[in-house]
Design a binder for this molecule. Structure first.
Ligand SMILES: Nc1nc2c(c(=O)[nH]1)N[C@H]1C(S)=C(S)[C@@H](COP(=O)(O)OP(=O)(O)OC[C@H]3O[C@@H](n4cnc5c(=O)[nH]c(N)nc54)[C@H](O)[C@@H]3O)O[C@H]1N2
Ligand SMILES: Nc1nc2c(c(=O)[nH]1)N[C@H]1C(S)=C(S)[C@@H](COP(=O)(O)OP(=O)(O)OC[C@H]3O[C@@H](n4cnc5c(=O)[nH]c(N)nc54)[C@H](O)[C@@H]3O)O[C@H]1N2
Ligand code: SF4
Ligand SMILES: [Mo]
Length: 703
């Protein structure tokens, strides 16, 4: 001690925004974490989560060596013992029940860690199981399916060029809180306000008057899962008013007339009753969009995790394309990342197998996570008996988490690669904890490809790992070696990134990149079509039958969206500034203050059900019930209630001492694993039908 404090610069890897941070430290202690003003991308912006990187680093509950569950509690074991035991169990289970008896669930932080993203697939392939699941199908799968069908590659995802747009129409996204998704855009608030400063306009469609809606120029409430009608109607209006302009895509867009036919029935007059937005407003929305010099329609979780996710994401692109706003500055654009995984990767195969129980199709090597439960509990050949989870907490993040909790407890064997003993990993037989955050080198393999500017940065680890610790990529390599019985040629993520940068568009030298600790700006996004298309004929089929056939379901299901007498309210989620899905509540600064795990309900609904602000209610859905405190608020539209996800740390046998004191309840004990987007298999979190009963009147403490 006694030495001077020093500065370390790196990228925050907690969410998609990739903010540059400045860490003041002394020896092995973090003194302060601030925004890096010299980062050309984030310009000094950070959110409260970045400061919690210190808490994660210091967290006494975080695991630093492998542990094994025994009859007398968790015991430390060596890495060698752990690998040996796992390889043996895997072999005996697959020999006894077949390869598909092993399931894999990969969670969100995998994509924020280069070690996991670059080395995980080797292990997954080796397991030769069709029962692979991930958070993708509880999140952005419809985006991938739409991109695969329109642009030929599941990862060629369009990103809104928000710095140059003059009109932004946002469906079901709350970037002010989420900091942007499939739109890495640090400092988002300023960027959005800059649109308005230029005289531009922001319009938000959301069943809740969200923080982003509050900043916008206009906000429209929409009933959950009805966006598809509004989108169809907007496209309808562009055709009706003869405003289609394809600009430079004229020669490459196919089957425009087909789309015109398909949207013909969806006039503003027809959809107004279904969605609750008057037809003259819909027309105005369409006109403002098509008449703006540069406009972009962007949609995220709210339209992806709902019954018509695939149709919605297709229509968002259709609207951008037919108004001349695709692949053009100020519209939707594609990135040209320095490490281009798209150029190297596979375009995305699908439909090669179906899930055993519900016959849901595989996409890009995975089955829908909503059916993981069915595969775990339905007896017969191919039933999952052993699970691997890596950086995932499905019990809190997958529909019907309550039933999943029980299913996990009945597994014959389970391995988790995770830094915590939490709701999910407590069911494991062995937990293998990797290094994380400040102990790791960081290069964003995924989110540079989804960013609103092309930038590049490589961050060195700040602190050396402890002797007992292993990096995630080492764990994957060692597991592969233990299972296959042969050690692999020793590669490191750094070597792969160095190769990728050198062979990429900008031919960058990793050592040069490393020296630029604040990151390098490679410029604004540029038009790149048709070159960047992965379709065989280098054209865009605007009406892919794979997607458009789903319009039939829309007609068929219309009534199914209505709440019933038994379950009269529709449930939606919400994100909060100081949460990161389910796993950062063990940081005191993330949970302190008033109870934030509350149910929002409109005043007239509260009156109707005889509920007052701060009361505790029992919320019941088809699959389960929870008890939660109420906040009466005009923020949500009538008929809709909102609960944040990621809470519910009230399980026995965890080691999350702070989170357990601020447990809250899990919305996914209510969401229904039977509710999916039938086209893509994605979980439908929005619009789950629920009912409320008073549990305890206000402010009485609850057990
Ligand atoms: N109702 C509802 N449900 C939702 C959502 C919603 O909006 N509403 N959102 C969905 C979305 S978008 C997502 S992405 C999913 C997220 O779903 P998950 O990925 O399953 O959940 P997370 O909460 O991100 O859990 C991350 C896990 O990774 C561990 N972890 C953290 N850092 C590391 C690390 O460096 N290495 C390893 N190996 N482990 C680490 C944590 O301890 C935790 O167990 O949830 C989905 N579920
Ligand atoms: N602070 C914080 N930031 C995060 C995360 C976090 O947990 N906390 N998670 C990260 C992850 S994994 C992701 S995927 C991103 C997600 O990023 P976003 O998609 O921007 O985040 P959400 O807050 O889920 O926004 C969804 C919005 O859709 C609305 N909505 C719900 N149902 C419907 C519907 O049927 N129609 C319409 N039009 N809107 C609807 C909700 O009210 C909400 O405002 O955020 C990331 N950033
Ligand atoms: S916005 Fe995301 S990347 Fe930026 S500091 Fe917060 S958590 Fe980190
Ligand atoms: Mo996500």
């Amino acid at each position: 001690m006694g030495s001077e404090t020093k500065m370390h610069y790196r990228t925050c890897n907690l969410c998609e925004a990739m903010c540059g941070i400045e860490i003041e430290y002394q020896d092995k202690e973090v003194v302060a974490i601030r925004g890096d003003k010299d980062d050309p991308f984030s310009r000094g912006h950070i959110c409260p989560k970045a400061v919690a990187l210190k808490d994660i680093y210091e967290d006494k509950d975080r695991l630093k060596h492998p542990i094994r569950r025994t009859a007398n509690g968790w015991k430390k074991i060596t890495w060698e013992e752990a690998y040996k035991e796992i390889a043996q169990n895997l072999k005996s289970i697959q020999t006894k029940y077949g390869n598909n008896a092993v399931g894999i669930y990969a969670g969100n932080p995998n994509v924020h860690n280069m070690g996991s993203i670059l080395f995980g697939t080797q292990l997954f392939k080796l397991l030769r199981t069709q029962n692979r699941f991930s958070a993708t199908s509880a999140d952005q799968l419809p985006h991938h399916v739409a991109s695969r069908m329109l642009f030929g590659h599941y990862f060629l995802l369009p990103v809104p060029d928000i710095d140059r747009t003059e009109h932004m129409l946002i469906f079901g996204a709350n970037p002010i809180i989420s900091n942007g998704s499939i739109m890495s855009s640090p400092d988002i608030k300023k960027r959005l306000k800059d649109i308005q400063k230029k005289g531009g306009k922001i319009v938000v469609i959301d069943p809740r008057y969200s923080e982003t809606a509050a900043l916008a120029d206009e906000h429209y409430f929409i009933k959950p899962a009805r966006d598809v009608y509004l989108l169809l109607s907007l496209v309808h209006t562009v055709f009706k008013e003869k405003k289609v302009q394809l600009r430079h895509l004229e020669q490459i867009v196919k089957r425009l007339e087909e789309v015109q036919q398909l949207v013909r029935p969806y006039s503003p007059e027809y959809v107004e009753k279904i969605i609750g937005i008057p037809s003259d407003k819909i027309k105005m929305m369409a006109r403002e969009f098509m008449n703006a010099e540069r406009a972009v329609c962007y949609g995220r979780m709210g339209i992806s995790t709902q019954a018509y996710g695939g149709l919605c994401l297709w229509l968002v692109s259709v609207l951008n394309i037919i108004t001349g706003n695709m692949d053009r500055d100020g519209g939707m654009m594609f990135t040209a990342p320095a490490f281009d995984t798209i150029a190297q990767g596979k375009t995305g195969k699908f439909g090669r197998w179906k899930s055993r129980v519900k016959q849901l199709p595989e996409f890009f090597g995975e089955l829908p996570v909503s059916t993981m439960l069915d595969e775990m509990i339905t007896e017969g050949e191919g039933q999952i008996k052993m699970m691997f989870t890596t950086a995932g907490n499905p019990i809190l993040s997958v529909p019907n988490g309550g039933a999943l909790d029980e299913a996990f407890s009945n597994l014959e064997y389970m391995v988790s690669i995770d830094i915590y003993l939490n709701e999910t990993t407590r069911h494991a037989n062995i937990i293998l904890p990797p290094t994380t955050g400040l102990e790791t080198d960081h290069f964003d393999v995924v989110f540079h490809s989804l960013a609103i500017r092309n930038t590049v940065k490589y961050s060195k680890a700040l602190f050396e790992k402890e002797e007992t610790q292993q990096h995630d990529w080492q764990i994957f390599q060692d597991l592969v070696a233990a299972i296959s019985g042969s050690s692999q040629a020793s590669l490191s993520p750094e070597m792969i990134v160095a190769f990728g940068l050198k062979s990429g568009k900008y031919q960058l030298d990793l050592e040069t990149v490393k020296k630029e600790v604040h990151g390098i700006d490679l410029g604004a996004l540029e038009p790149c079509l048709p070159d960047r298309l992965f379709t065989k004929d280098k054209k865009i089929d605007l009406a892919p039958a794979f997607i458009t056939k789903d319009l039939k379901r829309l007609e068929r299901d219309m009534e199914a969206l209505e709440p019933s007498d038994t379950f009269p309210l529709l449930l939606i989620g919400r994100r909060q500034l100081r949460t990161n899905n389910s796993w950062m509540h063990n940081s005191y600064r993330m949970v302190k203050g008033r109870n934030r795990c509350t149910l929002l309900i409109h005043p007239s609904d509260a009156d109707f059900f005889g509920i007052k602000d701060m009361d505790w209610v029992k919320v019941t859905s088809k699959v389960g019930d929870i008890k939660i405190q109420v906040e009466v608020s005009q923020e949500v539209m009538q008929g809709v209630v909102s609960i944040p996800h990621g809470w519910g740390h009230n399980k026995k046998g965890m080691k999350l001492r702070i989170a357990e004191q601020y447990a809250g309840a899990s919305i996914n004990d209510l969401t229904d694993n039977g509710l999916i987007d039938a086209l893509t298999g994605n979980a439908a979190f929005s619009g789950v039908a629920v009912k409320l009963t008073l549990h305890k009147a206000q402010e009485e403490p609850i057990l």
